[in-house]
Ligand binder design. Structure first.
Ligand code: PLP
Length: 373
């Protein structure tokens, strides 16, 4: 007999990262691969964060990192005007998203998220044997937030068994956002024993008035948790740092599940530097806005459906164009362009494309024109 996993784990499917990028890089065409599949920041990290990594030495690497990442927690607490006891750190926000389910849901409980919500929420629910419940999203032709979170549907999907709800604002992969006002109305209707996690991985890109962070209403809702990441606007996805701002009791609960040294030594230092470089973050935000608009306009001019995005990617719908997204995706890949297929999200007619530099978007658009011709 072989050792066998628990029935809960045996029933899980692993997270699908989209592509085997190492293999694709190894057989990239001349000119290299253009990677627009993972919503990374095309404009790169700040010089100070790079200098931290380049300047590391044997002493730094030989030692374990500070298990409490005190400097980083202090910097984040000062940044958000909260105490260090209200900050939890994860090896990417992905780790924290999993820990919320581990800590707050189990067999017989329900975990709520949205149809077309970020894939990790369903995985987190399943990983603890909880029942995942997907609230129906807004329709594809909704003028404000096509396929975005429908907060009324969320409220209607709450049951006495709901322990945890995940919402992403802006949402991946739809690029939609809800307003602070509508969220506050929703949250007021949620029983206080339900932990509500708002995943703000892309919030720095949402420039709309009213689409502010929900951090400002945390004081009145101790069951509200906000997650952020250094993987997007900070362009440090490779260092793996995410954090949650939460009630002290929630932070202490996560602490019981945390791997002691989950934030490595270079990540602790580089993120502090990145947090302080607001000029670099502003330049990334402005560059993203510009490139996103150019990308949206160019794809629309090819007859493709592109919903307005509040993030650093666009969701492209091929349905009305008469082209199959899977065929286009294959043709793009043959030309060295990596974008993200969306069948895992129940959107087989769509591809998600990350905002890129001028050069990357020019190559994408050339390849797209060829693929469509
Ligand atoms: N949340 C959302 C909505 C995301 O799209 C992602 C990654 O793409 C994450 C969280 C995870 O980010 P990380 O684990 O790199 O912090």
């Amino acid at each position: 007999m072989k050792p066998s996993p628990t029935p809960i784990v045996a029933a899980l499917a692993a997270y699908d990262p989209g592509h085997d990028l190492e293999a694709l890089r190894a057989r990239a065409p001349p000119g290299g691969l253009v990677e627009l599949g993972s919503n990374e920041n095309a404009f790169g990290p700040c010089a100070g964060a790079l200098a931290v990594v380049r300047g590391s030495d044997a002493t730094a690497l030989r030692r374990y990192p500070d298990p409490h990442a005190r400097s980083l927690k202090s910097a984040l607490a000062a940044h958000h005007g909260v105490t260090t006891a209200e900050i939890a750190l994860g090896n990417g926000s992905h780790e924290l998203l999993m820990q919320f389910a581990q800590a707050y849901a189990g067999l017989g409980d329900e975990v709520l998220y949205s149809q077309y919500g970020f894939a990790v929420y369903a995985i987190a629910a399943a990983s603890v044997g909880a029942t995942g419940v997907a609230a129906t999203a807004r329709p594809a032709d909704d003028p404000q937030a096509p396929r975005g979170h429908d907060l009324d549907a969320f409220a209607a999907a709450l049951t006495p068994r709901t322990r945890l709800a995940y919402l992403a604002n802006p949402n991946n992969p739809t690029g939609t956002a809800f307003t602070l006002e509508s969220f506050e109305r929703f949250l007021s209707s949620v029983p206080t024993e339900v932990l509500v996690v708002v995943d703000e991985a892309y919030v720095d890109y949402a420039e709309e008035p009213g689409t502010a962070s929900v951090l400002s209403i945390r004081d009145r809702f101790p069951n509200l948790v906000v997650t952020r990441t250094f993987s997007k606007i900070h362009a440090l996805a490779g260092l793996r740092v995410g954090y949650a701002v939460a009630d002290e009791a929630v932070v202490l609960t996560l602490e019981r599940l945390r791997e002691t040294f989950n934030i490595n030594v270079l990540a602790q230092e580089a993120t502090v530097v990145s947090l302080s470089d607001s000029a670099h973050l502003d330049s990334c935000r402005i560059a993203n806005l510009r490139q996103r608009q150019l990308l949206t306009d160019a794809l629309r001019s090819l007859g493709l459906g592109v919903a307005r995005s509040r993030a650093n990617f666009v969701l492209v719908d091929f349905e009305a164009s008469g082209h199959a997204a899977t065929v286009v995706e294959r043709a793009l890949l043959d030309r060295g362009l990596v974008v993200r297929p969306m069948h895992g999200y129940g959107l087989p007619q769509c591809l998600r494309i990350t905002v890129g530099t001028d050069a990357e978007q020019a190559r994408l658009l050339d390849a797209m024109r060829e693929a469509l011709s």
